[in-house]
Design a protein around this ligand. Structure first.
Ligand code: SF4
Ligand code: SF4
Length: 477
């Protein structure tokens, strides 16, 4: 083999094995702990502001109430959901299905166009890890070099104090996070009861909070970036969602290569702008080198953009060697365009959202079904009357208990409820039966349309049309 072939073979081997291994796992399968350098720069500052706003929204939303009811509630156990103050229940399952499909299409479209921008700017995992837990770690243990030193140092009073303080604070924050999430599930009032009542009265609730706190503590103190690479389904889907027109955080290899160390007084001819300073690698919280291309582990945290921009400033080259861009826009120098794939997803999303909006606008507080009881036509009654038996089903989608009465609207006759008066429980579903009696003299046809009004006091809440069956009139009658 000549030298060129050997070099090619080595390159091929490297290319073959490059993706066989996660950046944070050794060849033996052991975890490689990442000590990212403290990030700083314009993107990091912007992310701090966005994260603070999102954390504030997350913290304050459970406290918001509309007419005494939570603004948002996701009570999975009782299948009760409140979104923006509107109560949704099992009867709104069709809305949930359309909303979920729309969300999936939105995520696919958003990712096809903007890549993993959500991961870097809005994902709770990234926000908590990078903006809360990591910041505390830097504050207690120092920057990456100090953290490495502390790790390899023998146990001492100072090391014990730092580690102990860090983990106590981590657990306290994990406990707070689990309480916040629990308040979205059981409501803030129920949570306050658990906190203020004697522990023996809420053993189940306390057990749930402790388990959740333990999980959050483990994720943020130990599991960290592994959650994004190993567990998160959205992260795993990136490979099929992204294409060469998606906007991602990318290294401009056209401009950066051939890379090599910067020597004083060297010109910029015959070399790329990358000076092999490894600052982009040192700040990466997932331990990757962005110069190897788009990678599964990249959570689009922007730290490498800031680090490289800082270097570019220092060596007086234009910023943006690492930037938000599509691969096509960098390699072919084309402007970003809306691809046929994105147009298709957008059209589908528009249709789904339109259907959802129409259904939401037409959603009423009550749903009422009245059907003539199956298998029965009519019944002859004394005094030349005829009756029909009806089945009634009513769903109350409001927060209030509502007593209702039924009235015959368009004909003179009698409506008799079978059983007790109807009182609809909040979010309740009620079944009942009633008879309608009409004089035969009023009925000229075999089937007559009738309207039944459902009233709460004097207020008509729903009007339902159905039919009334009667015997055919004989010609002599
Ligand atoms: S920070 Fe920029 S210049 Fe330094 S290694 Fe990374 S890409 Fe190259
Ligand atoms: S490659 Fe850059 S954007 Fe991606 S995770 Fe690492 S530092 Fe963040």
């Amino acid at each position: 083999m000549n030298e060129e072939t050997i070099e090619q073979q080595l390159y091929d081997d490297e290319a073959e094995t490059f993706r066989n291994q996660l950046a944070t796992v050794t060849a033996e399968g052991k975890r490689k702990w990442v000590y990212p350098k403290k990030p700083s720069g314009r993107f990091h500052k912007a992310r701090i502001v966005v994260s603070a706003i999102l954390l504030l929204i997350l913290l304050l939303t459970p406290l918001l109430k509309i007419n005494g009811h939570p603004f948002m509630l996701f009570d999975f156990l009782n299948r009760k959901f409140i979104l923006f103050g509107i109560l949704f229940g099992p009867h709104d399952f069709h809305l949930l299905v359309i909303a979920m499909i729309s969300l999936v299409v939105f995520v696919v479209l958003f990712t096809a166009v903007f890549g993993r921008i959500f991961c870097g700017w809005a994902c709770p995992q990234t926000i908590f890890l990078e903006m809360v837990f990591r910041k505390i770690e830097y504050w207690i243990e120092g920057n990456s070099k100090d953290q490495r030193k502390l790790k390899s140092a023998p146990w001492s009073a100072i090391k014990f104090f730092k580690k102990f303080t860090k983990h106590i604070i981590f657990f306290a924050i994990a406990f707070l996070i689990s309480n916040i999430f629990l308040s979205y599930i059981i409501g803030i009032d129920e949570l306050l009861k658990i906190i203020t009542d004697p522990p023996s009265e809420h053993l189940q609730g306390l057990f749930a909070i402790t388990v959740f706190s333990g999980i959050f503590y483990f994720v943020f103190s130990n599991f960290r970036e592994q959650a994004c690479t190993i567990v998160c389904p959205y992260g795993r889907l990136q490979g099929v969602l992204l294409d060469r027109d998606s906007i991602v955080i990318a290294y401009d290899n056209v401009r950066g290569e051939p890379r090599r160390r910067f020597k004083k007084d060297e010109g910029w001819e015959n070399r790329g702008d990358c000076i092999e300073c490894y600052q982009c690698v040192e700040v990466c919280p997932t331990g990757i080198d962005i110069r190897n291309g788009i990678q599964l582990e990249c959570v689009n945290c922007t730290a490498c953009i800031d680090a490289c921009d800082d270097i570019m400033d220092k060596i007086k080259r234009p910023k943006g060697l690492i930037r938000y861009a599509s691969i096509n826009s960098m390699e072919k120098k084309t402007k970003w365009k809306f691809t046929p794939r994105a147009i298709g997803y957008s059209a589908l999303l528009t249709v789904l959202v339109t259907i959802l909006v129409i259904l939401l606008l037409n959603r009423t507080d009550f749903s009422v079904t009245i059907l003539r009881t199956a298998g029965l036509l009519y019944q002859d009654q004394p005094n030349n009357m005829v009756s029909n038996l009806y089945d009634l089903n009513m769903v109350n989608k409001t927060f209030n208990e509502i007593p209702v009465t039924l009235k015959l609207e368009n004909l003179e006759g009698e409506l008799k409820l079978i059983g007790k008066d109807i009182v609809m429980e909040p979010q309740g579903n009620i079944d009942s039966k009633f008879l309608i009696l009409l004089p035969k003299s009023e009925l000229s046809k075999m089937s007559s349309p009738i309207d039944i009004g459902i009233y709460n006091g004097d207020k008509l809440i729903k009007k339902v049309s159905t039919s009334f069956l009667a015997p055919m009139k004989k010609k002599s009658d």
